[in-house]
Design a protein around this ligand. Structure first.
Ligand code: PGA
Length: 260
């Protein structure tokens, strides 16, 4: 089986203020730097704090991430932020298709695809998020929804850019609810996503792309989730706002990885 470097992201969403963002980043550097040899780690602060958090991360090996991006290069798009602007601030990785943007802001699969392609063209890594709602799960549409979001999200992305792509499976009903998918349920979807990557590209792409799980990941469930063969790390919301809890989640991926 291909070796995949684990990747853990801390999505701070619309939380923190300038002082607490810098303090949190500082604490994450202190607690997570020892793990950067084994696990890719990224923090996703709100846009206004990117520069300050980036400065705090410095050269400790923790990646600066952005929660969103717009697909146009420049122009009259009030309030939007281009991929080049993110690159300018040393952002390395960006989220696209997060369920809060799909379901609260109303982003379509097609818009997610445009954002994904623009970010990849700018040289950024992209974490493309997919996931079904509870209604879709109860209607037996789990695979359909995730395969559709993945397929449209990656439409037109050439095989060479797949090295920059990470997928996050985040069942909407598990985000911020304290309700986590069981390791087996998550693994089942991860397997479907990997098989879809093989259909869209080839086996070697499918084996090398990292697939994160997200949705109420905590220090006490990370290790069991990570023991599944197709779960390659986590996208963490609430628990990423506490440096020690986030570090424990990172450690769960690094420890398992080291002992392999
Ligand atoms: P949560 O959020 O960990 O608070 O459930 C996960 C996410 O939205 O990425």
């Amino acid at each position: 089986m291909a070796h995949r470097t684990p990747i853990v992201g801390g999505n701070w969403k619309m939380n923190t203020d300038l002082a607490s963002a810098v303090e949190l980043a500082d604490n994450v550097v202190a607690s997570c730097s020892p793990f950067v040899q084994h696990t890719d780690i990224a923090l996703f602060p709100p846009f206004p704090y990117l520069q300050a958090v980036g400065k705090t991360l410095g050269h400790h090996g923790i990646l600066l991430g952005a929660q969103d991006v717009y697909y146009e290069a420049s122009g009259a798009f009030t309030g939007e932020v281009s991929a080049a602007m993110l690159v300018d601030l040393n952002v390395a990785v960006v989220l696209t298709g997060h369920s809060e943007r799909r379901h609260i802001i109303g982003e379509s699969d097609e818009l997610v695809n445009l954002k994904t392609r623009a970010a990849l063209d700018a040289g950024l890594w992209v974490i493309l998020c997919v996931g079904e709602t509870i209604e879709q799960r109860e209607a037996g549409q789990v695979d359909d929804v995730n395969v559709r979001q993945l397929t449209i999200g990656l439409d037109g992305v050439p095989v060479e850019q797949m090295r920059q792509v990470i997928i996050a499976y985040e069942p909407v009903w598990a985000i911020g609810t304290g309700r986590t998918a069981t390791p087996e349920d998550a693994e089942a979807v991860h397997r479907v996503l990997r098989a879809t990557l093989a259909d869209l590209y080839d086996e070697s792409v499918a084996e090398s792309v990292r697939i994160q799980y997200g949705g109420s990941v905590k220090a006490n469930n990370a290790r069991e989730l990570f023991s599944q063969p197709n779960i390659d790390g986590f996208l963490v919301g609430g628990a990423s706002l506490k440096a020690d809890e986030f570090a424990a989640i990172v450690q769960a991926t690094a420890a398992t990885n080291v002992s392999q």
